[in-house]
Design a protein around this ligand. Structure first.
Ligand code: GDP
Ligand code: MG
Length: 196
């Protein structure tokens, strides 16, 4: 199913299997060094705190089935935003293939926060007609003394972006499970409202 879903270009690309399980492609984007791969590693269960197994589909792709609100969902997480080779092509591709996005910045790096706004605009341009679920993620919340972006600023930015907001720490694994559950909920909310 994976290759099939990868090549799907329709906006209704969330695939449902016969068992009723749904597959969601979630893409990590954001400046280098903000903690995308660290979040992906937690998702992949390198330090296992979640309750199911993970398949590593490639260097920068992970698949895991999560139970969220009593319903299972398989998340395919893509962490290829900064692939050095063919980076531009990959970034264009990333902008097209996600069912949902995690736009990550570091609370210790204001430039990465500003970059997040740029990425939001880029995403909106790339996927104009779609209401894509996005979570703005302020990572490194454990580094309290180095904070450059306040919680209030992050929250306000998410309001402007019309997306959800969460602060996480990959280092101490704070809110990481909530982040991945949250993105599943966001995709479902849109799916459910489409069905009505
Ligand atoms: P990426 O470039 O966005 O994939 O970022 P990485 O996951 O490679 O992380 C960059 C650096 O930040 C690494 O040294 C990580 O150990 C560190 N890092 C990532 N997340 C956190 C976090 O939540 N807290 C702290 N203190 N460091 C983090
Ligand atoms: Mg990385």
């Amino acid at each position: 199913y994976y290759r099939r879903s990868w090549s799907s270009e329709s906006s209704d690309s969330v695939i449902s299997s016969e068992s009723g399980n749904s597959y969601y492609r979630v893409v990590l984007i954001g400046e280098q060094g903000v903690g995308k791969s660290s979040l992906a590693n937690i998702f992949a269960g390198v330090h296992d705190s979640m309750d199911s197994d993970c398949d590593v589909l490639g260097e920068d792709m992970y698949e895991r089935t999560l139970m969220v609100d009593g319903e299972s969902a398989t998340v395919i997480l893509l962490d290829m935003w900064e692939n050095k080779r063919e980076s531009e092509w990959i970034q264009d591709h990333c902008m097209q293939v996600g069912d949902a996005y995690l736009i990550v910045y570091s609370i210790t790096d204001r430039a990465s926060f500003e970059k997040a706004s740029e990425l939001r605009i880029q995403l909106r341009t790339a996927r104009q007609t779609e209401d894509i679920p996005i979570i703005l993620v302020g990572n490194k919340s454990d580094l309290v003394r180095c904070r450059e972006v306040s919680v209030a600023e992050g929250r306000a930015c998410a309001v402007v972006f019309d997306c959800k907001f969460i602060e996480t720490s990959a280092a101490v694994q704070h809110n990481v499970k909530e982040l991945f559950e949250g993105i599943v909920r966001q995709v479902r909310l849109r799916r459910d409202s489409k069905e009505k």
